[in-house]
Design a protein around this ligand. Structure first.
Ligand SMILES: Nc1nc2c(c(=O)[nH]1)N[C@H]1C(S)=C(S)[C@@H](COP(=O)(O)O)O[C@H]1N2
Ligand SMILES: [Mo]
Length: 553
């Protein structure tokens, strides 16, 4: 191995470039290995996932709020940029001794391995991508440095002339037959001159090859990883999905006021908000999917997907809400779900006395704790297989997710659900509750103005103010609107199919020319009027009135 005792012959930029290339080779090869073994264990995904799980809740909150649905892309880009900077640093270190750079790559391999095997959904081969990737990167680093200083590989090299410098003479005579390079041109070395020269062209061709290997590895790995793609599986399920045993009544004609800019009553699947901790959407094959129900039950059950589809399937209109939704925020959506009744399945398993929590587990290890009494009280808590007449989209939990009206998503709406442990709140905790969020989290009564939007200019005179309000499983009874701190006026309410969905509202208001503040508040069917007290989302949901400023005229 080259030990570059004189250091710094390769210019810094070239060393950095070699480092970045070696790092890219490491990640590209790791992606390839990940694709060949199990999708999802690539170092970037594993490290990203570990970061997601270890990020303080407040930072995650901030990320969701700042980057919205792009938060994961930003995280992945961030990891790749940081990895590139570190790799460039390792290249510089390798200028001293290639072994140091290799050691650095090995450390990153170990970090990747730890992140991969500590994933809750890790498989037995998940250490492979990082290990082989790091080895490939180290090898690439050595090769690149050899190319950059071609003569260094010939060391120890016969000296054509006895050295007169500080270096001890080997005393060898030129070109005896025993030499490693009998036909090589003898290296003529002047006293004190450096044997090694920097070969820019050889380095750059090496970098190009390395970049090619990295790119090909990453692309091939990703393509192979598509085995986790559920497009075909969803198509198959679409063909076998039975009709609802208990169909929902058609939506009342007056459920949607069809006001421009107002959220439609039914949120289309492609517009439905998505919140989860999964960097890569878990690809769950319905043919091998099962749901295990165990813990404090008389008869543990394991349902296959076919078992689930044989059960009576119920349709229900339910609005989901995320606890992280700020007042006026976008993390709320309404859909018509189709699924088996969770309460019936649990009744068959036989819930033991004393159990008060359902700890549901996702394929990717995420967990949620749902109160037993809520699920058993007669509301349409579902193991859902379809959303708005379509097979559950992969990002929304294919093949099966929970939907429980009235509870924030983190305590109820487990996507890619594979297991339900019947247990007790004082014995088990779920993903977000270990991070400071409340164990029990009923959805708070809230309302939002959709039109006009914050900062809009509207014509002076009559303008339509409209939005949505929700208080799932209690139902919205009244919505009031206030302009510039004046009297509250009742808005007109749209019809609703039941208490589990949001409710559209609208009111026409004469606005004098100038700036105005418009606020809204809802009252639920339990008689509770939304509090004006402003609270952040943590630990159990934001409160306060949504208000906007507009200019009329
Ligand atoms: N497996 C899994 N399920 C999950 C989550 C998650 O991170 N992982 N997030 C929950 C949260 S916080 C919410 S608000 C809802 C959002 O469901 P949606 O993405 O289908 O809108 O899913 C819930 N189910
Ligand atoms: Mo959420």
């Amino acid at each position: 191995m080259n030990t570059n005792a004189n250091g710094a012959r390769v210019p810094a930029w070239a060393a950095g470039l070699a480092g970045v290339t070696a790092g890219a080779v490491a990640l590209g090869v790791a992606e390839l290995v990940a694709g060949l073994t199990t999708a999802g264990a690539s170092p970037v995904v594993a490290v990203g996932g570990a970061m997601v799980d270890r990020t303080p809740a407040a930072v995650k909150e901030w990320a969701i709020r700042t980057f919205g649905e792009n938060d994961k892309t930003i995280l992945v880009i961030g990891i790749v940029v940081v990895a590139a900077l570190i790799a460039a640093g390792l290249g510089l270190v390798a200028r001293w001794r290639v072994g140091y750079g290799m050691a650095g790559l090995a450390v990153f391999g170990v970090v990747g391995i730890i992140a991969a095997v500590s994933r809750p959904d890790s498989g037995p081969l998940d250490f492979l991508p990082s290990m082989i990737g790091a080895a490939a990167g180290a090898w690439a680093l050595v090769l690149l440095f050899r190319r950059a200083e071609p003569s260094s590989r010939a060391e120890p090299h016969p000296r054509a002339e006895p050295s007169t410098g500080a270096e001890p003479s080997t005393g060898a005579e030129p070109s005896t037959g025993a030499e490693p390079h009998p036909r090589g041109e003898p290296t003529i070395r002047r006293a004190g001159a450096d044997l090694h020269t920097f070969d820019r062209r050889k380095l750059l061709t090496g970098v190009a090859v390395g970049a090619g290997v990295a790119g090909a590895g990453a692309v091939t790995g990703r393509l192979l990883g598509r085995r986790g793609d559920v497009t075909m599986a969803r198509r198959d399920v679409a063909r076998m999905l039975p009709r609802p045993t208990i169909a929902a009544k058609p939506l009342p004609a007056g459920a949607d006021l069809h006001i421009r800019g107002l959220s439609p009553f039914v949120t289309p699947n492609y517009e439905f908000y998505r919140v989860d901790t999964a960097l890569v959407v878990p690809g769950v094959d319905p043919r091998s999917w099962t749901l295990k129900i165990h813990g404090m039950v008389d008869r543990p059950v394991e349902l296959t997907f076919a078992d689930l589809l044989r059960r009576p399937l119920v349709e229900a209109d339910v609005t989901l809400t995320c606890v992280s939704n700020d007042v006026g925020g976008p993390y709320v959506g309404n859909a018509r779900w189709l699924g088996a009744r969770l309460a019936d399945v649990l009744r068959e398993a036989g819930i033991r006395r004393g159990a008060d929590m359902l700890l549901s587990v996702s394929r990717d290890g995420w967990t949620s704790g749902t109160p037993v009494d809520v699920v058993m009280d007669g509301r349409e808590a579902l193991l859902a297989v379809a959303m708005n007449g379509e097979v559950l989209p992969a990002a929304h939990g294919f093949p099966v997710r929970q939907v429980v009206p009235g509870l924030y998503g983190y305590v109820s709406a487990t996507k890619w659900v594979t297991e339900i442990k019947v247990t007790r709140f004082d014995e088990d905790t779920a993903y977000w509750t270990t991070r400071g969020w409340s164990a029990r989290a009923p959805i708070k009564t809230e309302s939002r103005i959709d039109v006009p939007r914050e900062g809009d200019r509207v014509p002076a005179g009559r303008t339509t103010v409209a939005g949505v309000a929700w208080a799932q499983h209690r139902g919205v009874d009244a919505v009031e609107v206030q302009v510039d701190g004046g009297e509250w006026r009742r808005a007109r309410l749209a019809e609703v199919p039941g208490p589990d969905t949001w409710r559209q509202w609208s009111i026409d208001w004469d606005l004098a020319p100038g700036g105005h503040t418009i606020a809204v508040r809802a009252t639920d069917a339990a008689g509770y009027t939304q509090t004006p007290n402003v609270a952040p989302p943590a630990p159990d949901g934001a409160t306060g009135y949504h208000s906007i400023m507009v200019r009329a005229g």
